[in-house]
Write a protein that binds this ligand. Structure first.
Ligand SMILES: *Cc1c(COP(=O)(O)O)cnc(C)c1O
Length: 372
């Protein structure tokens, strides 16, 4: 039996009727663009994140772009971010005309290393955008201690980490703004694209609401440039059904992570690979990423593919070596910790629906590939 990487049937199955009813009620009301359903979702999401405001937007990428626009980031500016992330973290910066400035990561957390931050800050640094990668919160308090005295805002790319916490504070409430994605495979997924921005700043929230609809101020008067960054009412209706389940799904992901840890120890495989470090905060395991050193990742990847076990390499190429950023002039060796992560990281199935026997099969397949 194949083991899927993410089993959306397992997630949506028990909610099928409620999801269909939610969709039907939007169709009956013919209210597709913003409206009370989107507002209700924004209020519920703000309560869940423990922030004052959330703004529903069209995707996680647009959440980042709108946040950068609201903070006035543009040509001539630099924004510091991680070289080990999904492309959107850096392409959002480039899309508003600014220059991504990369800072290498910590090996254990896969997140931007705050100790390397001071050397990267210049007179052009307009914002810092750490990424909470794979479900683990980045150390935003340490980043704030460096950024705040210099007046530099911190934008959290929380696309992979809804419900993760640092010191009991949920991501999205640690910086000036947080960007979330509801891409279907994220921990809270829509039935298509969607995203949200969180903030505790009233002025910024108002500005973001305006930017979401072309810089709308009042009818046919546009205070600033914006875009069409709206969250669909249909997606908001579906997300309202799914949000109350998120705590349970998160607990399942954490249970699955502990079970993997037990299994890897039982099979005595921990000398040949590195398990994810849960860190001090609350890890929500959007991805369960192990490291396989010494050039052996390909052996394990091939064995999993042969056994029809879903797995993925996040990320094979660091952002500074992406062809679209060739003009930044980087070469391999510039961010060695990120480059090593690209060579060693392997994501295993972790999402709700994964069965204990399937986890055993995953670990046994890895053990055999490593000759253990
Ligand atoms: C998914 C993701 C995004 C972009 O979200 P979309 O909704 O796909 O636009 C941004 N940053 C990170 C780290 C992501 O994983």
């Amino acid at each position: 039996m194949p083991i899927p990487f993410v089993d959306l049937d397992a997630i949506h199955g028990p909610l099928h009727e409620r999801i269909m009813n939610a969709i039907a009620s939007v169709v009956r009301a013919n209210q597709y663009i913003l409206g009370s359903g989107v507002q209700d979702f924004e209020r519920e999401l703000a309560a869940f994140l423990n922030v004052k405001h959330t703004i529903g937007v069209s995707s996680g990428t647009d959440a980042l772009i709108a946040s950068l626009m609201a903070l006035g980031v543009g040509p001539g500016d630099e924004v510091i971010t991680s070289p080990f992330s999904f492309i959107a973290s850096a392409d959002a910066i480039a899309r508003v005309g600014a220059r991504p400035r990369f800072v290498d990561i910590e090996a254990e957390s896969f997140n931007l290393d705050p100790r390397r931050l001071p050397d990267a800050i210049s007179g052009r640094t307009k914002a810092i955008m750490p990424v909470h990668l794979f479900g683990r919160a980045a150390d935003i308090p340490a980043i704030n201690r460096i950024a705040a005295p210099r007046g530099i805002p911190v934008i959290e790319d929380a696309a992979q980490s809804i419900a993760a916490e640092w010191d009991g504070v949920r991501v999205g409430g640690l910086g000036i703004v947080g960007a979330f994605s509801f891409f279907p495979a994220k921990n809270l997924g829509a039935l298509g694209d969607g995203g949200a921005i969180s903030t505790n700043d009233d002025d910024l929230a108002a500005k973001l609401r305006s930017i979401r609809v072309h810089g709308f101020e009042r009818r046919y008067v546009h205070a600033q440039l914006g875009g069409n960054f709206r969250l669909d009412a249909l997606q908001a209706a579906v997300l309202r059904v799914k949000l109350p389940e998120l705590e349970g799904w998160t607990a399942t992901r954490q249970d699955n992570a502990f079970r993997y840890q037990d299994l890897f120890y039982q099979r005595a495989l921990t000398a040949q690979l590195t398990l994810p470090d849960p860190g001090v905060g609350r890890h929500v395991y959007n991805q369960y990423v192990i490291r396989i050193p010494d050039g052996r990742r390909a052996d394990v990847f091939d064995a999993l593919v042969d056994a029809k076990i879903g797995c993925a390499v996040y990320y094979p190429i660091p952002l500074h070596l992406q062809p679209c950023f060739a003009h930044l002039g980087h070469s391999s060796g510039d961010f060695p910790v990120a480059e090593q992560a690209c060579a060693e990281a392997l994501a295993l199935p972790i999402a709700p629906g994964l069965q204990p026997e399937q986890q055993e099969a995953v670990v046994d397949t890895i053990g055999r590939a490593l000759g253990a």
